[in-house]
Design a protein around this ligand. Structure first.
Ligand code: LMR
Length: 398
C-alpha cells in the first residue's frame, strides 16, 4: 500500500513552517502561520492562563473522561462570549454547544453533522479563505462552492459579486462567514453589508455558518461579535465554530467549540443528541485542559479582567505593527501605496504581493509569507520590521 505512494502536497501554511525550520538562512523570518508574538518575538502564555493552570494543578482531583459535549460550564461560557450573557439565544436555551478540539475540530464536527442530517449539502466558502476550509468540508463528504470576496484594486469586499454568487445558492446550502478578522484578507463586512447579507441569507433559506477564530483580535471582544449578533436578531438557525487558540494563546491545547442555534430549546436538545453521536465516532470525548483553563479564567472576575486586559494589549500591538509596517515600507523606499493595510483587521495583512513575489521573498531573503501574499502581522516586531520591509522593497524593485 505504501510503496506505490508519491508524496502528498505540503500544507499551504504548516508546510511553510516546516520549510522554514530547515532553512539555513541566518536572518530568516517566519510570518506564515497565525500565531501571535510579543514585542520580543515570543509567543507568550497569557498570565491569566498561567494563573488558571496553577489553580487547576492545585484543585484538580481527576482526569476521568469529560462528557461527549464537554462540561455544561464551558459550553455556557462559550455562548456567553459569542452572543452576550443576556442574549435571547442564551436565555431561551435554543442553542446547543459542544466543546471541540480547536476551531478546526468544531468545523469538522459541524461538517460531519451536516453530512449526517443533509447528505451532500453544499457549503459556500469565500474566495479567498483559510486554505484548510475546503479540505475540511470535502473530507466530510460535503460539496464546496465559492463566492467572490475580495476586490484587489480597491482592497475591499466585492459585495456585488458576493451577493450575485449567493443569489445562486439553493435553500439549505450552508454559507461560511468569517465572524471577524477575515482570514486571509483582514477585510470584514460593514454593518450595512452584514445586514444585507443577513437579509439575503435568511430570505433564501441558507444556513449561516460562522467561523469565529479571532474574537477580540480585531477591535475587541464585543465589537468583533457585531456581525454575528446582527444575524442573531433573526430567529433562525445558525452554526458557530469558536476557537480559543489565538485569544487565549491556547494553540496547542486545541480548545474550541461548536454551537448549533436552533429555533427552540426542544430542537436544541434533540440536535445535541445527534451532535454527540457525530463526536463520539470521531474523537469520542474532548481533551480537558484547555477548556478547564478557559472556564477557570472566565468564571473568576479577577482572572477575567486580567485576560481581557492582555487581549486588549495583543490587539493594540497588532494595530501598532500595522501602522509601523506602512511607515517602514515608505521609509525603505517603497512607492506603492500600502496604506490600505491599516484598514485591515486581525492577525493578517493581505499585502497584495503575488505568489512569485512570496517565493522570491523566501528564496532570496529568508522571509516566509503565505503564497496568497498573507503576512502574519502579529509576528512583526521592531527588530524584524526593517529586514522585512527591505526585502519587500527589493522584491518590488525586481
Ligand atoms: C492560520 O491561518 O495561520 C491559522 O488559522 C492557523 C492554522 O491552523 O492554519
Amino acid at each position: 500500500m505504501f510503496d506505490q505512494l508519491s508524496p502528498a502536497p505540503p500544507d499551504a501554511i504548516m508546510g511553510l513552517t516546516d520549510a522554514f525550520k530547515k532553512d539555513p538562512h541566518p536572518k530568516k523570518i517566519n510570518l506564515t502561520i497565525g500565531v501571535y508574538k510579543d514585542a520580543q518575538g515570543k509567543t507568550p502564555v497569557p498570565t491569566a492562563v498561567k494563573k488558571a493552570e496553577e489553580k487547576l494543578l492545585r484543585e484538580e482531583t481527576t482526569k476521568s473522561y469529560l462528557p461527549i459535549e464537554g462540561t455544561p460550564d464551558y459550553d455556557a461560557r462559550v455562548q456567553e462570549l459569542v452572543f452576550g450573557a443576556a442574549h435571547e439565544i442564551v436565555t431561551s436555551g435554543r442553542a446547543a454547544t459542544a466543546h471541540t478540539p480547536g476551531g478546526t475540530g468544531a468545523l469538522r464536527v459541524a461538517a460531519d453533522l451536516l453530512h449526517i442530517l443533509r447528505p451532500g449539502t453544499t457549503v459556500w466558502i469565500s474566495e479567498p479563505t483559510w486554505p484548510n476550509h475546503p479540505g475540511i468540508f470535502e473530507a466530510a463528504g460535503l460539496k464546496v462552492r465559492t463566492y467572490p470576496y475580495y476586490e484587489p484594486r480597491s482592497h475591499s469586499i466585492d459585495f456585488a459579486a458576493l451577493t450575485k454568487a449567493l443569489e445562486g445558492a439553493a435553500a439549505g446550502d450552508a454559507v461560511v462567514l468569517h465572524a471577524c478578522c477575515h482570514n486571509p484578507t483582514g477585510i470584514d463586512p460593514t454593518e450595512e453589508q452584514w445586514r444585507a447579507l443577513s437579509a439575503l441569507i435568511h430570505s433564501k433559506g441558507l444556513l449561516p455558518f460562522f467561523d469565529f477564530a479571532y474574537q477580540g483580535l480585531g477591535d475587541g471582544l464585543e465589537e468583533d461579535a457585531r456581525g454575528l449578533r446582527l444575524f442573531a436578531e433573526y430567529p433562525g438557525e445558525m452554526l458557530v465554530s469558536s476557537s480559543f487558540s489565538k485569544n487565549f494563546g491556547l494553540y496547542n491545547e486545541r480548545t474550541g467549540a461548536i454551537t448549533l442555534v436552533t429555533r427552540s430549546a426542544e430542537s436544541a436538545q434533540t440536535s445535541m443528541t445527534h451532535l454527540r453521536r457525530a463526536i463520539r465516532v470521531n474523537y469520542s470525548t474532548p481533551p480537558a485542559h484547555g477548556a478547564s483553563i478557559v472556564t477557570t479564567v472566565l468564571a473568576d472576575p479577577a482572572l477575567r479582567k486580567e485576560w481581557e486586559a492582555e487581549l486588549k494589549g495583543m490587539c493594540r500591538r497588532i494595530h501598532e505593527m500595522r501602522e509601523l509596517f506602512v511607515r517602514t515600507l515608505k521609509a525603505k523606499g517603497v512607492t506603492r501605496d500600502f496604506s490600505f493595510l491599516t484598514k485591515q483587521r486581525g492577525m493578517f495583512s493581505y499585502s497584495g504581493l503575488n505568489k512569485a513575489q512570496a517565493d522570491e521573498l523566501r528564496e532570496k531573503h529568508g522571509v516566509y509569507i503565505v503564497g496568497s501574499g498573507r503576512i502574519n502581522i502579529a509576528g512583526l516586531t521592531t527588530d524584524n520590521m526593517g529586514p522585512l520591509c527591505e526585502a519587500i522593497a527589493a522584491v518590488l524593485r525586481d
